[in-house]
Ligand binder design. Structure first.
Ligand code: FAD
Ligand code: DLZ
Ligand code: SF4
Length: 511
């Protein structure tokens, strides 16, 4: 019989139809899965994220065993420093001469697999495509080539046509429009009670993981308890059904809203499951489309939801693999300020920020508008060092892997790629947060002012940002109005705003 091969399955590759499993043979090959310190520490991942992945990995390993695979599973307390350490143990034991692995989601690991692993492991390493996406990296490259600014909206239309999602028989978008975003900007009025994500009681396997993570990472950021994430494909499916039944109908209306009474509103809270492989992105989109076709959810909700997965998720992944490794070095707005400590402690008087950090600490989750318009907007306006804010987002969210997090942080939030991902920065004053949330009412800062001692930091910092980047943005067609408004302000008021911003920038730790 031919020598066995090893099949490495990473923590975010928990899909039964993974390319490496499809290529392997349970009668001949061995699956290797490993909890290792190196993957927990390259950024200080949130404790709930580590527990989620380890619990889901252990359940997946059990499922593979039931399907007839031999699985070498290494737990964290076996103290393998990194993935090659664990793989070496299996290689020596099995005599395997080849490793099969589905391409990882991060550049650093792909590079290591290609350049270091064959020598370290003493065997060949065959890297297979990750087929769990709707657009291959090659197809994205073809689409992007020749476009100066490959915009998401046009990519999304290509993907709608390619998949037929929400398309009529004549190849036109259902409802006569591609995008219903304009209808998706309501402030939350409390009329429809948000259902919250589906919660699960940890079973014995998960409880063991929770004890391990508690013991190994006693001081790390992030609450472990209560732990309610889905950790199997069946549970993730139940979470999806729960979202489709109870939240999707209102997803569109309140997509941009924030509320101090609810951390989830009508969002899916599904990204950690999709990204780890427990849910298939196309199946999720098709299930949402069915709700529209069955008249159970309106088009603005279903189109908005599908756009996030079919459009944004695929687009940022394509961009990541197109532009790495140079992409992660970009810092076109020359942002170099240290990340304030309150991103970890939550100790700031800014109510919107302390709420976003609290939700992040409790759930390893904050919804998109909190990430973009609160913690992200503040980092942009302060000019926080791009690497530091990138590593923060990569660490604190259960759904974070570099392929998806980096373009969102560096491109969408920090505008560090000079407008490749988004044509203009998402910079906003406190007015935006006031319009879309109830935070400002309970905040010691005054949202209606920009130049007083207690004025909302977002206001003063917003004008400072506009002022200091004048040369870059003044002629931008969608920003020239802002420069006109700034120019129309009395000089004394402008000076007072800039002075207030300078005071804040001198000591951002005490915002
Ligand atoms: P919903 O609002 O219910 O959206 C549905 C699905 O669409 C999500 O589950 C997700 O799979 C997808 N999606 C939505 N927006 C995006 C987007 N901008 N990019 C990619 N996919 C999207 N998402 C991640 O999955 N991982 C990350 O590490 C991540 N980092 C982010 C960092 C920043 C600075 C910002 C602004 C956004 C980031 N996002 C990231 C995108 C988005 O915020 C999350 O996907 C979303 O909040 C997940 O919650 P949900 O499942 O409730 O999403
Ligand atoms: C995020 C993560 C963590 C915390 N731990 C592990 C681990 O111990 N073993 C593993 O196989 N994967 C882990 N992961 C996910 C990997 O970091 C992820 O597969 C790569 O970053 C590529 O996306
Ligand atoms: Fe945030 Fe400013 Fe509103 Fe306070 S006043 S909650 S800092 S936007």
């Amino acid at each position: 019989m031919a020598a066995p091969r090893l099949i490495l399955i990473l923590g975010d590759q928990l899909s039964p139809h993974l390319s490496s499993l499809a290529e392997g043979d349970p009668a001949r090959d061995r699956v290797v899965m490993a909890e290792v310190a190196g993957e927990c520490d390259y950024v200080p991942h949130h404790r709930k994220k580590i527990a989620f992945l380890f619990a889901a990995m252990r359940h997946f390993a059990e499922r593979l065993r039931q399907d007839g695979w031999r699985v070498d599973y290494y737990t964290l307390d076996q103290d393998h420093q990194d993935l090659t350490d664990a793989l070496l143990a299996s290689r020596r034991d099995s005599g395997a001469r080849q490793l099969l692995v589905t391409a990882p989601g991060e550049w650093r690991l792909l590079e290591a697999m290609k350049r270091q692993w064959p020598q370290k492991l003493g065997c060949t390493v065959r890297i297979l495509d990750d087929r769990r996406f709707l657009c291959t990296t090659e197809a994205f490259r073809d689409w992007a080539e020749g476009r100066k600014q490959p915009r998401m909206e046009y990519f999304y239309r290509t993907m709608r046509r390619a998949t037929g999602l929400l398309m009529d028989a004549d190849g036109q978008p259902l409802g006569g429009r591609w995008n219903f975003d304009k209808e998706n900007r309501k402030r939350f009025d409390g009329e429809a009670p948000p259902p919250g994500p589906k919660r699960f009681n940890p079973d014995a396997t998960t409880r063991e993981v929770l004890e391990l993570v508690e013991a190994r990472f006693p001081d790390r950021f992030g609450d472990l308890q209560p732990f309610w994430f889905a950790v199997t494909e069946e549970q993730a499916q139940a979470s999806l059904s729960h979202f489709l039944d109870h939240a999707l109908p209102h997803f569109g209306d309140y997509q941009d809203a924030m509320d101090s009474g609810d951390d989830f509103l009508f969002h899916g809270v599904l990204s950690q499951y999709i990204n780890a492989g427990l849910l298939d992105p196309l199946a999720v989109c098709e299930a949402a489309e069915q709700r529209y076709l069955q008249d159970k959810a309106p088009l603005n909700a279903v189109e908005g939801f599908i756009r996030q997965i079919l459009g944004w998720r695929e687009y940022v992944r394509g961009l990541y693999w197109l532009l790495m490794p140079d992409y992660r070095e970009e810092n076109r707005l020359a942002s170099h300020r240290d990340l304030p400590w309150f991103y970890w402690s939550g100790e700031t008087r800014m109510r919107c920020v302390s709420e976003a950090v609290r939700a992040t600490r409790e759930h390893a989750y904050a919804h998109h508008i909190q990430r973009l318009m609160v913690t992200g907007n503040l980092a942009l306006l302060l000019g926080v060092d791009v690497k530091q804010i990138h590593e923060w987002y990569l660490a604190v969210y259960a759904d974070a892997y570099e392929w998806v997090e980096l373009p969102n942080t560096l491109g969408m939030v920090m505008h560090a790629d000079g407008g490749y991902l988004g044509s203009k920065p998402y910079a906003a004053s406190g007015k935006y947060i006031q319009r879309m949330s109830d935070y400002c009412g309970d905040c010691p800062y005054k949202v209606s002012s920009a130049e007083e001692d207690n004025s909302c930091p977002f206001n003063s910092l917003y004008w400072h940002f506009i002022h200091r980047h004048r040369r870059r943005f003044e002629k931008h067609p969608r920003m020239s109005m802002i420069y006109k408004a700034w120019g129309r302000m009395a000089e004394s008021k402008r000076d007072a705003i800039l002075a207030r911003a300078d005071t804040l920038l001198e000591d951002p730790e005490h915002l």
